[in-house]
Design a binder for this molecule. Structure first.
Ligand code: OAD
Length: 244
């Protein structure tokens, strides 16, 4: 991977950076991207039909089972070289914020600490009624497990379509994006708001936009640098070129 001298020089001058990651960042960990995850039993549903409060109200068991299936897929997954490279960047750039739309927890597993999980975490489960987190639950239960406190149905602690993002996390993400010198958009199709608007907030405030993606996206034409390829290859190459 050939990283341009111009990009490296921008990065050397950056003291505040933000990276937003999407499902593509976990693709090399063996996880299917969001828009590519409907296979087998689940091929007949669009993710939007499963990841919503309406879907849960209509058929809680169907939604619970879909998340149990995704949790199972994530169980064996390990961070890839891209996750580790981002954990490394955090140690090098004084103010670095990693914002992820992924619910798989792989950034944390790779050692990233300055992390905002905008869409929640699939490994956490909470009550759909009282909000209390569940420590344990029966994954193989015939029915949707219930809350120990109020008997409400348990649900994954992720953000569904039509739900608001965790306010505090979103505020911090917007703040960091507005203040950064360089903004990376990595492995995300950039079509879901409000995460997608963070790049625009960054650009408006003068940040350099660097996109890393296997394909072009709506952001590509606005990006200052577009590095096409796999994040698990490009990010380590970038770290190596920067810090040896
Ligand atoms: P998508 O599945 O929409 O997009 C994945 C992106 O990753 C695409 O642009 C691919 O080209 C790119 N890609 C695939 N493999 C890659 C690789 N190895 N390296 C780099 N790029 C790669 O996933 P997201 O953009 O994450 O929200 O989707 C955003 C949100 O939409 C999800 O968090 C989810 C969904 O609605 C909620 O559930 C609230």
């Amino acid at each position: 991977m050939n990283i341009s001298a111009e990009l490296l020089s921008f990065l050397r001058g950056a003291s505040r950076a933000v990276a937003l990651t999407g499902a593509g960042a976990s693709q090399e960990s063996g996880l299917r991207t969001f828009r590519d995850s409907q296979i087998g039993l689940w091929a007949q549903y669009r993710p939007e039909e499963l990841a919503s409060p309406e879907a849960f109200a209509r058929d809680p068991k169907l939604v619970w089972d879909w998340y149990a299936w995704r949790r199972e897929a994530i169980k064996g997954a390990r961070p890839n070289a891209g996750h580790y490279a981002l954990a490394e960047v955090e140690k090098k750039i004084p103010q670095f914020t990693l914002i992820t739309q992924n619910v798989d927890g792989l950034h944390r597993m790779a050692g990233s600490l300055a992390l905002l999980e905008l869409h929640g975490n699939i490994q956490r489960v909470r009550c759909s009624e009282c909000g209390e987190y569940a420590e344990t639950w029966n994954e193989d239960s015939e029915t949707v497990p219930r809350c120990d406190y109020c008997e409400g149905l348990l649900r994954p602690d992720v953000v569904w379509f039509g739900e608001s993002l965790p306010r505090n996390q979103l505020e911090r993400a917007v703040e960091a994006s507005r203040a950064c010198d360089v903004y990376f958009s990595i492995g995300t199709s950039g079509v879901v708001q409000p995460a997608a608007s963070l790049a625009h907030a960054a650009k408006k405030n003068g940040a350099i936009i660097v996109e890393i993606n296997a394909e072009t996206t709506p952001l590509t034409e606005k990006a200052d640098f577009f590095l096409q390829g796999k994040s698990g290859e490009i990010l380590p190459a970038l770290v190596k070129a920067m810090w040896g």
